[in-house]
Design a protein around this ligand. Structure first.
Ligand SMILES: CC(C)(COP(=O)(O)OP(=O)(O)OC[C@H]1O[C@@H](n2cnc3c(N)ncnc32)[C@H](O)[C@@H]1OP(=O)(O)O)[C@@H](O)C(=O)NCCC(=O)NCCS
Length: 192
């Protein structure tokens, strides 16, 4: 039951982020990812906000009682080795404040993001993340389907590189290596 928590979260509102949310968004990533990784991820988010090659971009926040408690970012990717253009995005990163984790808010942000991308004509969404978490929201391993990550993923983590189609036939129509925006395509973000 992937969305079983969501019904309880009536007070949580999802909306697009705006300029004045940036400091709160930075805090969320810093706290959710911890002392070592947090500042790096917060810096990545800030970089992606200013990266023209990341557009179109979708940045959503979860708000409860007017306080921002979660953030998700989708940015543009290009699937190479294909002559047909495809509307594709990558989900990175997603963070929920530690004190409100495991209440379904991450799942809710993913669902809302995918719905909005679908409505905007999106076809594919990629993610590099926990292979026990993202499949609940419809992601499946991407490597075996012919989508190469920007940098090689070690064999033991192959299932962490995932994709989801937003329209029937999205997967299979195009294949090849996925190239992210300039900021996200740096090797340090693919080393984990
Ligand atoms: C990972 C994260 C975004 C999940 O958001 P959330 O709102 O806490 O998660 P949800 O409430 O939607 O889902 C909870 C379920 O996911 C599982 N889950 C949470 N984090 C997980 C992880 N890192 N790996 C696998 N499963 C995870 C929980 O165990 C729970 O399972 P259950 O439903 O069987 O009890 C959040 O914990 C977070 O911000 N973590 C720190 C930052 C991070 O790791 N971001 C993701 C980078 S890929």
């Amino acid at each position: 039951m992937p969305y079983r928590h969501i019904r309880k979260e009536k007070r949580v509102k999802i909306r697009k982020s705006n300029e004045s949310d940036k400091i709160e968004i930075e805090k969320i990533h810093t706290r959710a990812f911890g002392k070592e990784k947090g500042p790096v991820i917060a810096g990545l988010v800030n970089g992606l906000f200013h990266d023209p090659t990341a557009e179109p971009r979708l940045s959503l926040v979860a708000e409860e009682d007017k306080k921002i408690i979660g953030h998700i970012l989708f940015t543009k990717v290009v699937v190479t080795q294909t002559r047909e253009p495809v509307s594709a995005q990558i989900l990175a990163p997603l963070a929920i404040l530690p004190e409100v984790q495991n209440r379904g808010i991450g799942t809710l942000l993913i669902k809302e993001g995918l719905d909005r991308l679908r409505q905007a004509g999106g076809e594919l969404v990629f993610v590099l993340g926990h292979p026990n978490y993202y499949p609940r929201s419809g992601f499946i391993p991407a490597g075996a389907l012919g989508y190469e990550a920007p940098y090689p993923i070690p064999m033991e983590h192959a299932n962490a590189w995932m994709v989801q189609e937003l329209c029937p036939g999205g997967i299979g129509r195009v294949k090849g290596r996925v190239v992210c925006s300039d900021v996200l395509n740096q090797p340090e973000h693919w080393r984990e």
